[in-house]
Write a protein that binds this ligand. Sequence first.
Ligand SMILES: Nc1ncnc2c1ncn2[C@@H]1O[C@H](COP(=O)(O)OP(=O)(O)OP(=O)(O)O)[C@@H](O)[C@H]1O
Ligand SMILES: [Mg+2]
Length: 242
Amino acid sequence: MTDALLRLDRVNSFYGPVQVHFDLSLEVGKGEIVCLLGGNASGKSTTMKIILGLLKPRSGQVSFDGRPLTGLATPQIVRRGIGSVPESRRLFATMTVRENVLMGAYTRDDRKAVVEDHERVLDLFPKLRERHAQQAGTLSGGEQQMVAMARALMGRPRLIVMDEPTMGLSPLHVDKVLELIGTINRQGVSVFMVEQNASLALRIAHRGYVLQTGRIVLSGPAADLARDPQIRDAYLGGTRAA
Ligand SMILES: Nc1ncnc2c1ncn2[C@@H]1O[C@H](COP(=O)(O)OP(=O)(O)OP(=O)(O)O)[C@@H](O)[C@H]1O
Ligand SMILES: [Mg+2]
């Protein structure tokens, strides 16, 4: 694909002596929703860390819009246009919804545009407008997920990376969050989502990759993956760890 927005090229990563990724290569094209599927400890969250510059690959390259991200610190990577929704949302529990959302604009100094973007984001998440003064830690899981997504959007990202966005949510909130991911994508933001729950991720993704102990073992259009017997056995009908 020539129109890749995010590209990982033969990434090898380690925690100390332990290797997590083995020649990991993947791409997210402009306008795409791409999911990275895999079981526990397969290296999904570590892939997020690599993209966000929180862990440096020992070898291989990460590039965004044709430019390497090598050596950049996380705030610089965010400024390039990558927003993140981390595992377990990582909100500031004692701060309000409004404060949490605005935290997503911390790398920006265009205050007027920030106010406008805040309004736009609240239009997308009307629930958060209602609850702007509530402490984030007291929100439901689905509402917290919305705060984390709103916060990521405040950085005006071209790509949002999400770690298990549906984890722990009620079916109703799962539907809502997937719908919002689709809406954000249609507004022009590419999405890279890491998911253990393949059937949910493949409902909205255009393409997917399957990671097994740090190696991509399968990839393709979401519809093909959903039909793949290997995926069906391992991830669709299988039990999901809490
Ligand atoms: N900070 C760390 N130090 C050492 N090892 C780590 C660290 N973080 C993760 N690991 C190990 O790296 C491997 C991959 O972890 P990672 O969190 O990327 O998996 P995951 O696919 O996100 O799993 P899960 O589905 O449980 O969230 C695991 O074996 C894990 O124990
Ligand atoms: Mg994880």
